[in-house]
Ligand binder design. Structure first.
Ligand code: SAH
Ligand code: SF4
Ligand code: F3S
Length: 458
């Protein structure tokens, strides 16, 4: 970077990101918001001028982590002579607000997920020691309007937030309270962000939302008419030059419409991967969770998706030990997992969250029962994941090269099925597609050998 006479001196910014992909996206945008103020990312919090913890409230453990991290930061702040500014952003900030400053007075600023565009203003106020140190208003539209219109992508794959918030109110979940009601961005807004990213070399975009398939964003201004669905959005983005791969996450079974399912079969850029959380295989528990669908309804959706795209990799989220879950309910979850056959899955012990309906239910289970069930479930899931990875051996897969390995001559990337693939290659392959023959597979990754370079369609 060349210094211009009026360039502000660089200030060190460290962002610590927890939780889901929404937070990963938000942390990138926080970086974008702070760039014009002269903040540049640094590798460690020590000596940083500003540290932002982007927090997650989903399970008790996630929330507790924040306070232990803040304890460590307080020491660094003292060591810096008080020069470090500490900001707490994200879902814990939204849920606990001023309580955070009360529990850890070293915290300077607290801002919810819909307020981070106000950071510059808040930092200015904090430096003058005037005004509010807390921003937890919900104004998603204002936030997107206020964010910088261009981004600096980190590599060939990028997240793009298209929908935020959740109206589903699953009885175990804090997200509707921390992220607010469902709001979709306009198609024009999303398209201009994707075009900007594609012009900077991004080849794979993952459309993000807490309920991304509930997307109903205003149609393009020139097209007019009713709001668009996610299926329409995907087909539209597939036409943007440079975008070769499209993914979306996380979706809800209730919003899996026919058009979106069809797009998996008829839109080549749509990647063969679907993350569709099911949480439980027991209809009784699904009802108590307020999921709004049965286990068979879920099986039927997966069957239809597989009819459209037979090789699709299916991923899910599961909770064991929801209040009142019996051995029979748990067995129903195991059976559903056996029936579907997951490529990857995230499984959790139920964690009681203050303010959610499930926290007040009867039949909370002992930790030991949850542990035992989680272990049994994870053993089954690991077997399925390994089997899925091994089923790729012998195939040639197009891999988008996203980074260098630890040793010279090693590179890695991701397969269409979102698997990590390691291979021998040079930096020249970085950010490109390569065709790799899969020669090895383990629980977490594949090993490939270069077949030949592929022309990218840019
Ligand atoms: N919006 C997404 C996921 C939100 S949170 C969806 O609806 O699918 C990510 C996952 O965390 C959930 O799918 C669920 O499996 C898990 N989770 C949420 N609340 C939880 C709780 N109280 N205890 C344990 N796991 C929980
Ligand atoms: Fe939480 Fe349910 Fe909303 Fe997902 S759909 S964010 S699990 S309330
Ligand atoms: Fe956590 Fe908030 Fe995401 S609670 S999972 S960071 S939406």
């Amino acid at each position: 970077m060349t210094a211009t006479p009026d360039a502000k001196p660089l200030k060190g910014l460290f962002i610590s990101t927890h939780g889901c992909q929404m937070n990963v996206y938000d942390s990138e945008r926080i970086r974008d918001v702070l760039k014009p103020l002269g903040y540049a990312p640094v590798e460690a919090p020590e000596g940083a001028d500003l540290v932002v913890i982007n927090t997650c409230h989903i399970r008790e453990k996630a929330t507790e982590k924040v306070y232990s991290e803040l304890g460590r930061l307080k020491q660094m702040k003292l060591a810096s002579g008080g020069k470090m500014t500490i900001a707490v952003a994200g879902c814990v900030a939204q849920a606990e607000g001023a309580e955070i400053i009360r529990r850890q007075p070293a915290v300077d600023l607290v801002l919810g997920p819909q307020a981070y565009h106000k950071l510059p203003e808040m930092i200015a106020r904090a430096s003058r020691a005037v005004g509010d140190r807390l921003e937890t208003e919900f104004d998603t539209v204002e936030k997107f309007d206020a964010l910088p219109k261009t981004r600096d992508p980190d590599g060939p794959a990028a997240f793009v937030s298209v929908q935020e918030g959740c109206d589903k109110f699953c009885t175990f979940c804090v997200v509707p309270y921390t992220r607010g009601a469902e709001v979709s961005r306009s198609v024009d807004d999303i398209v201009s962000e994707v075009r900007d990213l594609a012009s900077k070399g991004v080849r794979e975009v993952t459309l993000l939302g807490q309920n991304v398939n509930a997307f109903h964003g205003p149609a393009p201004r020139l097209a007019g008419g009713a709001d668009w669905t996610l299926g329409q959005l995907v087909r539209h983005i597939a036409k943007i030059g440079g975008v070769e791969r499209i993914r979306y996450t996380t979706s809800h079974p209730r919003d899996m419409d026919d058009d979106l399912i069809a797009a998996h079969g008829d839109t080549p850029a749509m990647m063969p991967f679907l993350h569709l959380p099911v949480q439980s295989g027991s209809d009784r528990i699904l009802k108590a969770m307020n999921r709004g669908h049965t286990a068979d309804h879920y099986r039927d959706i997966i069957a239809r998706v597989r009819a459209a795209r037979p090789d699709i990799a299916v991923a899910t989220d599961l909770i064991v030990g929801f209040p009142g879950e019996t051995d029979a309910d748990f067995e129903a979850t195991m059976q559903l997992v056996r029936d579907i056959g997951y490529a990857v899955a995230y499984s959790f012990k139920y964690s009681s969250r203050p303010g959610t309906p499930a926290a007040e239910m009867h039949g909370h289970l002992p930790e030991a029962v949850k542990d035992e069930r989680l272990q049994a479930l994870q053993t089954l899931l690991r077997d399925q994941q390994t089997a899925f990875n091994q089923s790729q051996i012998g195939r040639v897969l197009p891999v988008l090269v996203t980074g260098k390995g630890r040793n010279a001559g090693q590179m890695h990337g991701r397969s269409p099925y979102l698997q990590a693939v390691h291979f021998g290659g040079t930096d020249a392959a970085l950010n490109q597609f390569v065709d790799l023959r899969i020669v090895g597979a383990s629980l977490n990754s594949l090993t490939g050998e270069r077949v030949r370079a592929r022309e990218t369609a840019s």
